[in-house]
Ligand binder design. Structure first.
Ligand code: BTN
Length: 330
């Protein structure tokens, strides 16, 4: 944002009432038409600014677009989100983040969008991404670890998501469904898609893309039994900007600790305490087979520990888990 737009925005924020174009131009020492142009630029960015003749301009409350300026008003991180690229509409924030990462975007760069036209979930599934409602956020990471080490990152990101959700609504029963879904009362409220560009022994970059259903009303029959949103669960609307801030703060916190500790031990007990599947009989579909057993929780690598009917323990690294013979609810 240009220096003038930023100063006008500050004046508008500091005044609940209208400020005349004349007062703004006198304060900033610029022409009325320059003020008008900057107001236009702020509107292009998504700010809703009322203009009334003889009174001037007033910033309307309630802008809730996950744009850089809004997120930076609240964000307290060292590097996650220090660069934020916002799109009104994009095919997928993960696609754009992978492209930016390949072009050299710095560690911690974030991509957000108001809507996605081709939002992607795990295993080639669609992620429904209407405008004006939910959070779609991807972050570029450049961890100096092996590709196997980077496969622990989804454990960190889902912990960050659940903590961000709890900071937003403290009294809903959020649960993690391995590997990185978050459920609330039997329906999915958040999912994460982690993608990586790596060589055999070194990671170029990782993109962690998180979708959180916040203010979506779920009109679509195809998802109404499977998906939910904070609005559906509570009847209240929540700020996408605040959730983005909480997510980045929580993610940076666990990520830094993980780099220091060098493994997931510090987080396993807490992760397991949120687990929807722990101690339940489940079925896990992997690429080439289906395994049944009792979920014991995750191990140091983020693999799911399964106790098979013969008492042996198997570690499952990737797959889709379902509760065996029961609903997904907590
Ligand atoms: C899943 O549950 O299967 C993962 C869903 C991940 C959705 C998010 S929304 C932001 C980012 N962009 C995408 O296209 N997907 C992820």
């Amino acid at each position: 944002m240009s220096g003038m737009s930023a100063r006008i925005l500050k004046m508008l924020r500091n005044n609940r009432d209208y400020i005349s174009g004349e007062d703004i131009s006198a304060e900033l020492g610029v022409s009325r038409s320059a003020v008008w142009k900057s107001i236009g630029k702020l509107r292009d960015k998504g700010y809703i600014i009322d203009a009334v003749s003889n009174r001037g301009y007033r910033l309307s409350e309630g802008i809730d677009l996950p744009i850089s300026d809004e997120i930076h008003r609240y964000l307290e991180t060292e590097c996650f989100g220090s660069e934020i690229v916002y799109m009104d509409s994009v095919d997928s924030t993960n696609n754009l983040a992978m492209t930016l990462a390949a072009r050299g975007a710095v560690h911690g760069t974030v991509v957000t969008a108001d809507q996605q036209t081709d939002g992607r979930g795990r295993l080639g599934r669609e992620w429904i991404s209407p405008p004006g409602t939910n959070l779609y956020l991807s972050i570029i990471l450049r961890p100096e670890v092996s590709p196997a080490g980077a496969s622990q990152i989804p454990v960190l990101s889902v912990m960050a998501s659940i903590k961000a959700l709890e900071r937003t609504v403290s009294d809903l029963p959020f649960r993690i469904k391995w590997p990185n879904d978050i459920y609330c009362r039997g329906r999915k409220v958040s999912g994460t898609l982690c993608e990586m560009k790596a060589e055999i022994d070194r990671v170029n970059h990782v993109v962690v893309g998180t979708g959180i259903n916040i203010n979506m009303k779920l009109p679509d029959d195809s998802i109404k039994d499977k998906a939910t949103s904070l609005l559906v669960e509570t009847g209240n609307e929540y700020s996408r900007v605040r959730l983005a801030v909480f997510l980045l703060e929580e993610f940076e916190r666990v990520y830094k600790r993980w780099l220091i500790e060098g493994n997931l031990e510090f987080i396993i007990d807490e992760w397991n305490s949120f687990s929807l599947l722990k101690d339940k009989q489940i079925e896990v579909r992997t690429a080439n087979r289906t395994v049944r057993g009792k979920a014991l929780g995750i191990d140091l690598n983020g693999a799911l520990k399964l106790e098979l009917p013969d008492g042996s323990v198997r570690f499952v690294y990737a797959g889709t888990a379902t509760l065996h013979g029961a609903s997904q609810g907590s």
